[in-house]
Every structure is written in structure tokens, then in C-alpha cells.
Design a binder for this molecule. Structure first.
Ligand code: ADP
Ligand code: MG
Length: 376
């Protein structure tokens, strides 16, 4: 790999890292102002960075096309950027649009967060830029402010209508804990999640498929949820308590009922999961994960053959529970397993994929890791 000096002719001022994430439970709840429970992964996007005073942004990624993209301050403000460089450009633009005095920077990225696997490499990339800029240009912003600016950058300047979970997870997670986040008031709590201490492992099964129903489907689901909240006279579906679900469903057209059922029961599953983790019983999360998957598959309808197969094969092989994680239509599945069964479960999933004629899944295991940080 090339070096910072070889690219830019000087040494970096420092190096920063921001992780990918998996969400334990709480899917499609963030834009309904509900609850989520992600952990950060050990896999990170790392950025070496040097401050510039002329407002230019130069970016290079070891996972990119081998060239440096250079943008003047005017080009950044105009947002005339294509390819992966629009992610860092969007963050700089969002910082500037929020009134922060950002100058330029030279950036070199390297990453082991798989892209497009539902592990949020895009948020990791954004958060790495934000934390580096915060330090390089003395912006003095807190991690939540940075996370929200990254979300805004992805929404407004990349054009992906994501909720805030991914960026909040990448910025705010801590090793050994899951991040319990109320997306309405942004209250966060670190909930101890000691996998190793409980003799557990969390497998992350990258199905390596991404069915391109993509952003259109996401926007439609989101609009359906918002329409349902409007029909119920509520600002968001988070206001529907589990005890009021049946009554709420009677007031909605048939096509919206499954969406609402998913969101309301999913918010409840997050609460259940937090209660179990607080009680020091992470193994009991298993059935909640599997129930969450059934809800995504049958009510929200964002799973696909590969994610359903990974869940079914993992559970059949003895996983305590499993679910797809991320927006859906492919991506990754998590499976909670007893440590001594991890290899057998992984082997069974791989075998089931082979038998079904799917590409071989890539299986990692996750330990709750730290959020974005300065490395050197
Ligand atoms: P996910 O966030 O689930 O990984 P996305 O489609 O939201 O999937 O984001 C993936 C995109 O983010 C890539 O197509 C690329 O444009 C950008 N990206 C992520 N990591 C890197 C990297 N290390 N170098 C360059 N671009 C990256
Ligand atoms: Mg993404």
C-alpha cells in the first residue's frame, strides 16, 4: 500500500479510526423515533490526516480506485462530487453548512469494514472524517453532534435517507457494552454486554448479497410508517405502546398494519433485551433475536432468501437466536451462539448455503468494541 508521504509529500498530523457496527435488536425503529441497541465492531475505517489552510480536500482510499480526488473549497460547497469521495466531501460540507470554520485536509483511508454488507462502512467513513476534522480544526464538537452531522451529510449530500443509528453507534459505542439509544431524545446508556464472560459468541454472517431494492424500498417503508403515525394522530410510531397495538391496528388500512406491528413489537424487543442484559443474562437474548427476524421477514418484509436461510440454518444448528441486521434485502445476519458451538454453527450455515447454490458466506465474530477515537 502507498504511504501518506508518497501521496501528499508530507507526514500526517495524526490518525483516527471509526468502527462499523451491528445492531443487536431494534431494526427500522430509528426513523420511527424508537429504540436501538447496536455494538461497534473491531473493524474500522482508519484515516491519516493532515490539516490544510487553503480549504482544499484531497482524499485517497486503499479501497478506492488508486487515484487521489482533489476538491477546491468551491467544488466542495457546490457538492459536485462523484464516487466514494462524496462521503468525505459530504461530511466537510455538512460541517461548513452548520457554521463551523473548517479548512481543508489531506486524507488517506484504509479500512477492514466490508462495504455494502450491512455493517455500515459508510457511517464509519463519515465518522472517521468528522472526528479527524474536529481535532484538526479545533471544532470542539461532542460525539453526538458529530454523529448527527454525519447523518445529515449522508441524508442531504449523499442522498441516502438513513436514520441516525449507524453514525451514533460508530461515534458513541464503548468496548464491552451495547449502546441503548432512544432516538427521540438521544439519551444513551452503555449496557454491559460481556459475551466472553457468558461463554458466548456473536457470529456475523455476511451473506454477500445485496438485492438492489435499495433506497426506493427503504423510502417507501419509511413513508408507510409516517403515514400510519399520521392516521393515528401521532408524531411517530414510537408513541404506540405494546398494550395499545391491537386497538391502533383497527384504525389503520390493512397494508399498513404489518409495518406498525413490526415497529411496535420491535421497540418492545429492545426493552426486553436491555432488561436481560442489565440482569446479566445475555444468553436469554437468543429468542428475542429470532422473534425479531420473524417480524422483519413476515411483517416488515425486508428479508430475503439468503438471510432467511442463514437464520434458519444457524438456529437449526444450535444457535441461541439469529436475525438479519441492517436495513434488509441482504447484508449480514447475526447469530448468538455458545462459544463451544460457534464453529459447528458457522459450518452448518456455510453448508446450507452451498446446498442452496448461494455464494459462500463470510463469517466473522464480533466483540463489542470502542467507537470513533484518535489512534495517534
Ligand atoms: P454499508 O454502509 O452497509 O457498508 P453503503 O452502501 O451504505 O453500505 O456504503 C458503502 C459505500 O461507502 C461504498 O460503496 C463506498 O462508496 C463507501 N466506502 C465505505 N468504505 C470505504 C472505503 N474504505 N474507501 C472508500 N469508500 C468507502
Ligand atoms: Mg451505509
Amino acid at each position: 500500500m502507498t504511504t501518506f508521504h508518497a501521496l501528499y509529500g508530507h507526514q500526517p498530523d495524526g490518525e483516527w479510526a471509526a468502527p462499523g457496527r451491528v445492531n443487536l435488536i431494534g431494526e427500522h425503529t430509528d426513523y420511527n423515533l424508537g429504540f436501538v441497541l447496536p455494538i461497534a465492531l473491531a473493524q474500522t475505517v482508519r484515516v491519516q490526516a493532515r490539516r490544510r489552510t487553503d480549504g482544499r480536500l484531497r482524499v485517497y482510499s486503499a479501497q478506492g480506485d488508486g487515484s487521489v480526488t482533489e476538491l477546491t473549497a468551491e467544488e466542495l460547497a457546490a457538492g459536485d462530487v462523484t464516487g466514494w469521495a462524496r462521503y468525505p466531501a459530504a461530511v466537510v460540507r455538512a460541517l461548513a453548512a452548520a457554521g463551523h470554520r473548517v479548512g481543508g485536509a489531506d486524507l488517506l483511508f484504509d479500512s477492514d469494514v466490508p462495504t455494502g454488507a450491512g455493517l455500515s462502512s459508510s457511517a464509519a467513513l463519515e465518522c472517521a472524517v468528522a472526528i479527524a476534522y474536529n481535532d484538526l480544526h479545533d471544532l470542539g464538537l461532542g460525539e453526538q453532534e458529530l454523529a448527527l452531522l454525519c447523518q445529515l451529510a449522508e441524508n442531504r449530500y449523499v442522498g441516502v435517507p438513513c436514520g441516525m443509528m449507524d453514525q451514533m453507534a460508530s461515534m458513541c459505542c464503548r468496548a464491552g457494552a451495547a449502546l441503548y439509544l432512544d432516538t427521540q431524545d438521544l439519551a444513551v446508556r452503555q449496557v454491559p454486554f460481556d459475551l466472553a464472560g457468558a461463554g458466548l459468541r456473536l457470529l456475523v454472517i455476511d451473506t454477500r448479497v445485496k438485492h438492489d431494492l435499495g433506497d426506493g424500498a427503504y423510502a417507501q417503508l419509511r413513508a408507510g410508517c409516517e403515514r400510519a403515525a399520521g392516521l393515528l394522530g401521532l408524531p411517530a410510531l414510537r408513541e404506540v405502546p405494546l398494550t395499545g397495538l391491537d386497538e391502533a391496528l383497527t384504525r389503520l388500512p390493512a397494508e399498513l398494519r404489518p409495518l406498525v406491528r413490526h415497529v411496535v413489537t420491535e421497540n418492545d424487543r429492545v426493552q426486553q433485551a436491555v432488561t436481560l442484559l442489565d440482569a446479566g443474562d445475555p444468553a436469554a437474548l437468543g429468542p428475542i433475536l429470532t422473534a425479531g427476524h420473524a417480524s422483519l421477514r413476515d411483517d416488515f418484509r425486508v428479508s430475503c432468501a439468503e438471510t432467511d436461510l442463514a437464520v434458519a440454518a444457524a438456529v437449526a444448528a444450535g444457535a441461541l437466536g439469529a436475525r438479519m441486521t441492517g436495513g434488509g434485502f441482504g447484508g449480514s445476519v447475526i447469530a448468538l451462539v455458545a462459544a463451544d458451538t460457534a464453529d459447528a454453527v458457522a459450518g452448518s450455515v456455510t453448508e446450507a448455503f452451498r446446498a442452496a447454490g448461494h455464494a459462500e458466506p463470510v463469517i466473522h465474530h464480533a466483540e463489542p468494541a470502542d467507537g470513533a477515537r484518535k489512534l495517534s
